[in-house]
Design a protein around this ligand. Structure first.
Ligand code: PNS
Length: 159
């Protein structure tokens, strides 16, 4: 079975992330979306909310959650992949600017676990400039992010 882990902070999930999940599911039999528990990052949405919104958003995809599970994780992504028996790590690429940090992460993950490959998917061009950080900032300043995130995210961004 082709099994991939898609790790991330998802604070919050964007339509770009959802697009990557759908693209990865078309290639892998099983995709585990792994939401990072990272106390250093102080996410604005707590872990349970980030996971709940991802699950809710998947339900809106044609095919629903089929082939995609959502879990939390701490520690190294490669350790998680080994525990799950997943041979690949999925990451999304938007613009060239993502490439340097993603290349570094992929190379270091390969150093740690030569048996696991990182597979990149390109987001649709309409999502190429959307990031969780910008979504949080725009929403906090009263801007409309409804074209950037799944519907369920909106109630977490607006009081
Ligand atoms: O959504 P993000 O914040 O870009 O995701 C970053 C993430 C979760 C993929 C990265 O921080 C990560 O893999 N963290 C787990 C710890 C780890 O494995 N670090 C070594 C990476 S080389």
């Amino acid at each position: 079975m082709r099994h991939a882990v898609y790790p991330g902070t998802f604070d919050p999930i964007t339509l770009g992330h959802l697009d990557i999940m759908a693209r990865a599911r078309a290639v892998f039999d099983q995709v585990t979306v792994a939401v990072l528990v990272n106390p250093r990052k102080h996410p604005s949405m707590d872990l349970d909310a980030r996971i709940a919104v991802i699950r809710e958003s998947l339900a809106e995809l044609p095919g629903g959650e089929q082939g995609i599970e959502v879990i939390s994780f701490g520690g190294l992504t490669v350790d998680l992949a080994h525990r799950l028996g997943a041979g690949s790590i999925v990451r999304g690429l938007r613009a060239i600017s993502d490439f340097e940090s993603e290349l570094q992460m992929a190379q270091l993950n390969r150093r740690l676990a030569p048996d696991i490959d990182t597979v990149f998917f390109m987001t649709g061009i309409e999502h190429a400039y959307v990031s969780s950080t910008m979504v949080r900032e725009i929403a906090a300043l009263g801007g409309d992010v409804s074209s950037m995130v799944p519907r369920g995210v909106l109630r977490h961004l607006r009081p």
